[in-house]
Design a protein around this ligand. Structure first.
Ligand code: NAP
Length: 324
């Protein structure tokens, strides 16, 4: 049994707790919050035996093996470093950090301490997405040359809320652009050239953005992200032998279609129970049992490269965050 702690009690922490409950080899042992009342409420609602009124107290629990971090992005680095220092393995929400410098410090510390660390890029572990990637790797599309990907949704406008406030790491790139960038990186690697434009809103963060990336062999990606506009949340990959559509919402797809250049489209349905967050937890536990310090599916060097790409994109917009 692998014993988990959850650090924070917000929306995603609640969803992750629900997912852990569905795994017979996972024990959700403890939760840590900044406040006693929220820790206790979370513990009651999710049947968690131990509730701590600080993140440090959670990290100090000797019986916790691995901690899931679900705080807003600007706290990821500080929270991860603290947990690693306390000797815990860590699964940290996306985006892994605010910038590449923070990501590098987190990775360095995990390596020094010989502890497992992974960015919670849960999309890669969703069964349909993983199957689509396997088929692509086996040549189902021939050589893949192009990707179009959109993660655009309309959040209620709230200038002090996590999605719009610069001090909470607001903006579409870090919140949802990271999904399409991560997908493109998974296929094509590190971009050679980036051209991007964003609309910076009244609170000073990117509300919607368009990114064009060119990769090593000349592969192209056209990506969009938004927190103020709704579009189909879809990925399409075009290769020499056909194209693959990961159907909406692609980040937790249960269906994809391969349309060959010649012949009939074939739709694959790969259903799952639950909210989908369990698959990344299964990967963490698989790695821990195998003695791996990182996941081969979401390696730390790639997480770092994606943060560097987002730094480069923000530099094109002149967007910086407080304390950068
Ligand atoms: N994988 C996904 O599908 C997914 C979905 C949504 C969000 N996320 C990621 O998860 C992270 C959290 O998002 P969320 O939507 O869960 O946020 P949220 O509902 O606002 O919850 C964030 C939690 O972080 C803690 N926290 C620590 N410092 C805070 C501060 N200064 N202000 C506000 N909260 C603070 C709070 O827990 P305590 O009060 O208990 O300390 C709070 O409940 C983000 O990085 C986001 O990108 C991922």
């Amino acid at each position: 049994m692998i014993r988990w702690g959850i650090l924070s009690t917000g929306r995603i922490a609640r969803a992750f707790a629900t997912a852990l409950k569905s795994l017979p080899d996972a024990k959700l042992l403890a939760v840590g919050s900044r406040h006693r009342i929220t820790a206790d409420e979370f513990a009651i609602n999710h049947d968690v035996p131990r509730a701590y009124d600080s993140y440090e107290a959670l990290a100090a629990d000797p019986d916790v093996d691995v901690i899931y971090i679900g705080t807003p992005h600007p706290m990821h680095a500080e929270n991860t470093l603290m947990c690693l220092e306390a000797g815990k393995h860590v699964l940290c929400e996306k985006p892994f950090a605010m910038n590449a410098a923070q990501a590098q410090a987190m990775i360095d510390r995990a390596r020094q301490k010989r502890l497992f660390l992974m960015e919670a890029m849960w999309t890669r572990f969703i069964p349909a997405v993983a199957q689509a990637k396997r088929l692509i790797d086996q040549g189902a599309l021939g050589k893949v040359w192009m990707m179009s990907g959109a993660f655009c949704f309309r959040a209620p406008y709230s200038p002090k809320g996590r999605l719009f406030a610069p001090e909470l790491g607001g903006g579409s790139l870090l919140d949802v652009g990271v999904y399409v960038l991560s997908f493109a990186s998974w296929l094509f690697g590190k971009p050679k050239h980036i051209h991007s434009q964003a609309r910076i809103g009244f609170t000073g963060v990117d509300e919607h953005a368009v990114m064009q990336l060119v990769y090593e062999d000349g592969e192209l990606a056209a990506l969009t992200s938004a927190i103020t506009l709704k579009m189909p949340i879809e990925v399409i990959l075009a290769g020499t032998e056909g194209y693959l559509t990961l159907h909406e919402p692609f980040y937790k797809a249960q269906r994809f279609t391969i349309t060959p250049v010649e012949g009939e489209p074939q739709t694959y349905t790969v259903p799952y129970e639950g909210n989908g967050y369990q698959f990344q937890a299964m990967e963490v536990m698989r790695c821990l049992r195998a003695g791996l310090l990182e996941s081969p599916t979401m390696p730390l060097e790639e997480t770092l490269q994606i943060m560097q790409t987002m730094d480069a994109i923000r530099a094109q917009w002149g967007l910086t965050y407080p304390n950068e």
